[in-house]
Design a protein around this ligand. Sequence first.
Ligand code: ZN
Length: 246
Amino acid sequence: MTSTLPNDNIKNIDEKISNKLISEIIRDRIKSKGTRFSANDNIADFINPGELKVLEKEVASRIKDLLKSLVIDVDNDHNTQETAERVSKMYLNEVFKGRYHEQPKVTSFPNDKNLDEIYTVGPITVRSACSHHLVPILGECWIGIKPGSKVIGLSKFARVADWVFSRPHIQEEAVMILADEIEKLCEPKGLGIIVKAQHYCMKWRGVKEPNTSMINSVVRGDFRHDISLKQEFFELVRQQSSANNY
Ligand SMILES: [Zn+2]
């Protein structure tokens, strides 16, 4: 007998009868496309509607196992009875939402007036986590733009930055990924990003240095080639950031 089901339906049925964990199903889809799925990659394109809820349950059961391995009495300790569910929701929908959820909608407009003066936006709050220890990275970010053919609203920079930072990261790569996303959205002639952040893997554990921060930047396009433009960008950020400390 020949099947008349479209390929996609056959694939869905195969997956339903496979008894695989939802994380395995999603991982298989990503691998079949040869796509990277590191901690700081977004994988929303590979998660079908409704599957995030199933993944939430799977992650919660793993976190419960983790708590048990830490010899915490999750059955009788009223403080930790729903911790696994809470942490799972927090990872998938809050602190790491930039991995599992699509990019917030950003509409770009043509730069009809040919604006070409640089401007900076900041400070934008950085809330992230280090991918080595999964503890917070908190700080501030500034974005400088020399407009190209498209422009986007100022608040959109903060939304895209929040989406990018809400993943496990190392700070150096986070800045590059944010720069890539902004370039895709508004194709600026020049782009600069500065991030200043404190890493709780240095504050809370390890060397326990409470006040050390890390500052890094990326400059692209005209900001890279034109030294005076680059200096103007850093000067504008200096003015914006004067009294802020983390
Ligand atoms: Zn760390």
